[in-house]
Structure formats: structure tokens, C-alpha cells
Design a protein around this ligand. Sequence first.
Ligand code: PLP
Length: 413
Amino acid sequence: MADFSDLLLDVARVRRDFPILDREVHGKPLVYLDNAATSQTPRQVIEVFDAYYRGYNANIHRGLHTLADEATAAFEGTRETVRAFINAGEAREIVFTRGTTEAINLVANSWGRANLGPGDEVLISRLEHHSNIVPWQLLASELGIVIKVIPVDERGVLDQAAYRDLIGERTKLVAVNHVSNAFGTINPVAEMARVAHEHGARILIDGAQAAPHQRVDVRDIDADFYAFSGHKVYGPTGVGVLYGKAELLEAMPPWQGGGEMIKTVSFETPTTFAAIPHKFEAGTPAIAEVIALGRALQWVGEIGMELISAWEARLLQHASEGVETIDGLRILGTAPDKAGVLSFVVDGAHSQDIGLLIDQLGVAIRTGHHCAQPLLSSFGVDATCRASFAAYNTPEEVDIFVEGLERVVGMLR
Ligand code: PLP
């Protein structure tokens, strides 16, 4: 039995915040290990929706009535919560989006169109999620920019020497993830930012898998842009964050037009735009979701991010040791610096079948390409099984997963 007693996380207390963890799946207690796709939501966050729709549902910014004031204060208050969560310098550097995907598309379509031309290079990596690949491909075919790809080694670690070789005077942007969703690799983004800036390039960091699992300090990293999603950090779907340095956001053109993002609109003179961040928030945003995201980040603060990171690292270690004894199982992603993601394939057993059968035991893992097809194909596979951990997972759940996996693999071979 793994000993977690030196860690101060009271996991039983943490679990009491998550009503969904009480449910059963196929008559078995739910063991939810698909946190890299979406984390579960604590009742404190769920309660925000109830309080909002029962108490102060109103459109923000434009109203002069009490409900609109209350909704605006809660919405804008969340900007400050997010600022503190990632240690940005100013709340106006926080733009609310629908998620990481939209945040990256915002940078591609606004900053990219204003700053990139034929022959300019965008440097991404083989570890990227499709949402940090496809927006650049769409732009490449239109603007004639060149996408270059930093390779990974057999552990799933980005080749930093190759990075330094690939970056050059034509590189305008480096766009990499902080933590790989497929393999869990933690990338040295502060060092990569330093190299990017040395070459006069900007750096965009996809923090979708980092923000939920480790302390993020965008100023320490010196990120030009940093993106993450609410639903992976104990918050709701439909909301995410783009952090951008104020001077960059100020210089960028709007990317969507509509209400909220203008100063004046006229048919006679050019339309003028609102200051940042509102210039990038056209239309009615996901008000309740944003407020709920703020509560989720507070919840993380109440538990303690350092404790969550340490807990998840121990769960990962326990799970990795547990599955090692399964004959024919190969872990993909063995970087020394790894977040709580365990990706694996098993000889003679298709990942999809493993996922379906282990679900019968109440264990939710993800199978497939994890939106990282280029990465998986370079490892000669088109799918893996992935277990990923969160603050509410327990060593006992890891044991259920490992025993279940042994059974399922036995059935399939
Ligand atoms: N980037 C990474 C590393 C991810 O893991 C994900 C989601 O799995 C995304 C981007 C996309 O996030 P979203 O679908 O919330 O926009």
C-alpha cells in the first residue's frame, strides 16, 4: 500500500466538495481518471450558477441597475482573481475567451495577421495539441508563413538543442505548451522564452495542462501570451483565459467585432475601439461561467497548489509503478519532469477496447489520439490509453485502476 501520509492533503475532505464522485458507473464506484480532458467541479463552483441565476442575472457593463452592477462587479472581480492566479502584472492583461482553443485562435488571427508575412516562421513543437497546430496551419496557407517543428526525443522531451538550431531571424513566434496533454512532459518554458526573446521572437504558451497542476507565474516565465481553459481547472466549460502583455494587446487589432468592444460606432467616421481587454471581448460573454471560474481558482488556492502538485506527482508515481508489472505494457512519455499524466499502450490489446472494458469497472480513462496526432504518429501509434490525475484522486483509486487494467488486459489477450 502506497504511503501518502507525509502529504498534508486531506483527500477525504477534498472529495466531499465533488458531488459527482459519489455516483456509480455500471454499478461500481466511479474512479475518474480523465482529468486532462476535463476535471470535475466542486460544489462551490456549481453553487455560483445557482446564486447567479437566482440572484443577479443581468448583462454586464452597460446597465445602470443594481443587478447589472452586481454582475459586472463579480465578472470584473474574476479578472483580478485570474491575474493573481497567474501573477500577471495587471488585470487588463487578462482576456476572457471560450477556452484555450479560442485564446490561441485570437492570437493567431489578431497578432498573427498584424505581425506575420510571407516567409516568417512560427516555431511550434511536436508535443502540441491540435489547438496549437491547426490555427497556425490555417494562417500559413493564407499568409505564406512557414511552420517549423521542434522535435522530441524517445522520452517525449523537447530537443532543446534542436530548438536553438531552428530558431532564427525569421522566427517571429514560438508557440509551445507548458505541459503536454498526451505525455505529461513539463517543458522548460522560462528558458524557452529567454531563447525566443534573445532572437527577437514572441512566445505563446499553451498552459491548458499546466494551470490546473502547478503554480504558474507568467512574469517569471516572461510569457508574451499564456492560455488556459476553465474546465480543466475545476471550473466550468465555455470559459478560458488569454493572458497577453499589455503593450502587445494594446497594439493588436480586434479580431471579432460587435457590442462591448467599441468606443464609438459611426457611419461617417471610423469606428473606434474599447481599451484592452474589452477590445477582445465582443458580445455578451459567458458571465456566470467567468464568475464560476473565479470561484474555481479560489478553491484551488484554498487547497493549495503546491499540495495539489505534490499529491498528483505521488499518484503518478504510484500508478507508474503499478502498471509497470503488466506484461507488454509500454509507457509513452517518460520525461524526468512530468505532470500527472500516464499514457500507455499494451501489446496485443487495442487502446479502445481497454477503455471500453475498464469503464465497465467504473474506471474512466481516455483512449485515442488525445488531439496530438503528430506526436503519436512519431511514436508509431495512433492511440494510447491515458490516465490523468487531479486533487481528489486517491491511492486506492489508483489501485482499482491498476487491478482493473490487469484484468482487462488478461481478457483481451
Ligand atoms: N491545449 C492542451 C495542451 C490541451 O490539453 C487542450 C485540451 O485538451 C487544449 C489545448 C484545448 O483546450 P480547450 O478544448 O479547452 O480549448
